[in-house]
Design a binder for this molecule. Structure first.
Ligand code: DGY
Length: 483
């Protein structure tokens, strides 16, 4: 990467002397290996990585990030992880948010387990009925960049490419009710950011409905807030869980599709948003698949991806930019309104979407948060300017290192695209703060208080290890650039 005019930057020059002990990468990798187990899936023994101790399954976007982390060991291990996640794919092409590999254990240890979802794919595997942000294509490209020996695995890669293509086809065919390339989510779990403030208005509207008022939920069935090493105050509250299970039931009544028997989109969905996380990753993954298509796809697939991608880009720019806030935000399709500024607002930087002005505007918000609200460790999951900011509760404030990683990747990408040293500085700044954050927490917590750095949620988290491995490699690349 060559970006001029960085020579006088204090931040960039500091990379030269910034050290992360080599042994810490080994600990991060050991954490991923620790979370790996061999299970029998579809008649074969497979290695699978659980996200952390409290999650007994293969989670959609976790698996894609784990694959990137495992590729620091070998490209083969990374591809293996994508292959396993692909076993959860449905006939229509959806990669589920959860693939359960041990039904009994999952019903015992996790709520809602397979007996609540009651959804089995065509291979006979128990899955959830919804998806998660499409990181799959992005992960495939990252793995192949790391491992130059791709010729050995051409068949495997072609298979994974086809899985990714069908997955994108599913988003565009099954989840684009406005036909404008902005796909919708029908459940907060699908965004990966379960209790983010962006869903508050939609949830309040649902709470006013009679159906919700009449809905009964017994919060004692929850298991996530009863784990020994997880502070229940770091988890979503009971009211959030009532909503999650209510919405699960709503989509379960139509077998988790949002179309009726005639193939028309349902108009009675209580929750239907164009989420910035999902659409941002869709764009990044589109770009990855277009990039890899000459080698692993077909000319028709490339063409189709380009058409989808262009549509999403246009609508994303037209409909999701909040000029007043100076950033991208999720949009509620039921009200047409934009939502709130969160760490997800920045994920679009990992694609070729933002203009230079937009990237700089988003960078300025990070500076402001740091200066006015003592935010020290990258991007909090809720704007600290928002009254609902809770620095230790899941997606309502904590910093998620994995999102910081994607945002750093984005800043460096935009710095290169626009030859802009200011964006390079910001990326480097967030990068080093995130490494500091993870380095001071050898327990690899799921998320952290963005002001104090305190570890929150579960321990030994795969996401967090992957963020460290990736950011450390980026730091080494930056050092070479400065030399
Ligand atoms: C959970 O159970 O915490 C997950 O985020 C749902 O996928």
């Amino acid at each position: 990467m060559v970006i001029p005019a960085h020579k006088n930057s204090k931040i960039i020059n500091r990379t030269k002397t910034y050290e992360t002990p080599k042994a810490f990468s080994d600990i991060a990798m050991a954490n991923l290996n620790r979370n790996t187990k061999q299970v029998n899936l579809y008649g074969e023994l497979r290695n699978v990585v659980r996200p952390g101790d409290m999650y007994p399954g293969v989670w959609g976007w976790d698996a894609a990030f784990h694959a990137i982390g495992l590729a620091h060991q070998t490209g083969f291990r990374g591809l293996e992880e994508l292959e396993v996640s692909a076993l959860g794919q449905t006939e229509l092409g959806m990669i589920p948010s959860i693939l359960f590999y041990d039904e009994d254990q999952a019903n015992r240890d996790y709520y809602p387990g397979p007996n609540v979802w009651e959804f089995i794919n065509e291979k006979g595997l128990h899955i959830s009925g919804i998806s998660q942000p499409p990181v799959y294509g992005f992960a495939l490209e990252r793995i192949l960049e790391k491992d130059p020996s791709r010729a050995q695995y051409t068949d495997k890669i072609k298979h994974i490419y086809q899985v990714a293509y069908r997955y994108h086809e599913w988003w565009y065919e099954e989840r684009d009710p406005e036909g404008n390339g902005l796909v919708v989510t029908i459940h907060p779990w699908e965004t990966g950011r379960d209790n983010a403030v962006e869903w508050d208005v939609a949830k309040n509207n649902i709470r006013q409905t009679q159906a919700y008022k009449d809905y009964e939920f017994d919060p004692s069935v929850r298991l996530d807030n009863k784990k020994m090493d997880v502070d229940p105050e770091h988890r979503p509250d009971d009211e959030a869980y009532k909503m999650f299970i209510y919405l699960l039931d709503v989509v379960k009544t139509s077998d988790y599709t949002i179309k009726d028997n005639q193939g028309n989109y349902r108009t009675d969905l209580p929750f239907c948003l164009q989420d910035v996380t999902i659409n941002s990753f869709l764009m990044s993954s589109n770009e990855s698949l277009i990039q890899l298509s000459d080698q692993f796809g077909t000319p028709e697939q490339k063409k189709q991806l380009e058409i989808w991608h262009e549509k999403t880009r246009q609508s994303f720019r037209d409909l999701l930019w909040n000029e007043e806030a100076g950033c991208f935000q999720s949009r509620d399709t039921l009200t047409g309104k934009l939502t709130k500024n969160t760490n997800a607002s920045y994920i679009s930087m990992a694609s070729n979407l933002p203009t230079k002005e937009q990237a700089l505007s988003m960078s300025a918000i990070i500076d402001r948060w740091e200066k006015n609200h003592k935010i020290k460790f990258g991007i909090p999951s809720t704007s600290p300017e928002h009254p609902s900011f809770e620095p230790e509760r899941y997606w309502r404030g904590p910093t998620w290192s994995i999102v910081n990683y994607v945002v750093v990747y984005g800043f460096l990408k935009q710095a290169k695209r626009f030859q802009c040293s200011k964006l390079l500085d910001q990326g480097t700044h967030v990068l080093m703060h995130t490494l500091d954050l993870i380095y001071q927490d050898p327990d690899f917590h799921e998320y952290h208080n963005p002001i104090t750095g305190k570890g929150c949620g579960g321990k030994n988290f795969g996401f967090t290890s992957v963020a460290f491995l990736e950011l450390e490699t980026m730091l080494e690349d930056l050092k070479k650039m400065v030399e």
